[in-house]
Design a protein around this ligand. Sequence first.
Ligand SMILES: *Cc1c(COP(=O)(O)O)cnc(C)c1O
Length: 334
Amino acid sequence: MTITLADILAARKVLKGRADATPMVPSPHMEARFGHPFWLKLEIAQPIGAFKLRGALNAVAALPEGVAGVTCCSTGNHGRGVAYAARERGLRAVICMSDLVPATKVEGIRALGAEVRIAGRSQDAAEAESRRLSETEGLVRIPPFDDPHVIAGQGTIGLEMLEAVPDLDTLLIPLSGGGLAAGIACAARAINPRLRIVGISMDRGAAMHESLRAGRPVDVEEVASLADSLGGGIGSDNRLTLAMCRDLLDEVVLVTEAEIYRALQTLFYEERLVAEGACVVGIAAVEAGRVTLTGPTATVLTGRNLDMTVLARIVAGQDVRLGDTLIEGRPYAA
Ligand SMILES: *Cc1c(COP(=O)(O)O)cnc(C)c1O
C-alpha cells in the first residue's frame, strides 16, 4: 500500500473550510541570523491547537455509516483531533493515553466530550488498551500515524506550504511516528523532487531514527521530554511510515533538551509565539548548527497544547524538571 498525491488532494477536499489554510508567516529573526528566508507554518492556529486534526478528520470521514464509535492511542494531540472529529459526526470516542501525557492535554480531550483511559507508562500500553477496546466494544481504531487517511490528511500541510512559498529549498519537519513527515514529504516531493526534507526528533527516545538505522521497527525507552508530543514508538507492525520516511526523507537530525529549551525562548522572545517543545525542534536544529540553511526554509509549528507553567519557567530562564531529568535554566540572550 502506498500513499500518492491523489490521496492528499482528496483529503484536501474533506478538510476544506474545517482544518485547512493555516497561516505561513516569515521569521525575519531567523532570516537575519542564518542568511536565508525562514518560514513558520502555523498549525498552532488549528481549532484543536495542533495539526493532528487534519488526519483525524480525514480518517473519521472515511468511516462507514453505523459504526459504534472510535478509539485511539495518543500522546495527546491525536486524541484531541479524534475527539473533535468524532463529536462532529456524533460518534462515541475513547482515547487511550499513558501517564506521561501532560494534564493539559488530558483535560482538552475530556472537554471535547471524549472518554479518557490512562493505561500504563508508555504509548505501547495505551495502544494495547485501544486494541482491547476495539475488540471488546467494537470501536474502530484510528491510528495516530500509521494509517493512509491520517498520512494523507497531514500531507495537505505540504501542499499549502509549497503553494504559499513555491521556491522553498528545505523543509524541517518534527518527527515522531512519521505520519506528518511522510504526508508532507509525499506531497512536497510530488511538487518539487529536488527539495531537501529533514526530519527532526529529540535525542532521547527517537524511535523513527533508531528504526531507520536498523531497517526495522525498534523499541526505544520512553522518557519525559520537553517535546512530549514526539515520544513513543513507531509500532512493531509498522506498515507505512517507516518505509515512507526511508524513501522520502533526506536525513534525520536529533536535538537535545537544552536546545529545545533555547528554541522555545527564541520563539517566545523573537516571534512572540507560544508552542510546544515538539514544534521548535526545527528552529533548535538550525540554532545548534545541526542543519545548515542552503536556501528558503520552512518548518511546521505543529501544536501549542503545552503546560503553560513549564513555558513560564523557560521564559524566565529557570530550571525545568521533567521526570528524572533536570534541564538547567538559562536566561534568553539573542
Ligand atoms: C504528533 C505530533 C508530532 C509528530 O507527528 P508524527 O506524525 O507522529 O511524526 C509533532 N508535533 C506535535 C505537536 C504532535 O502532536
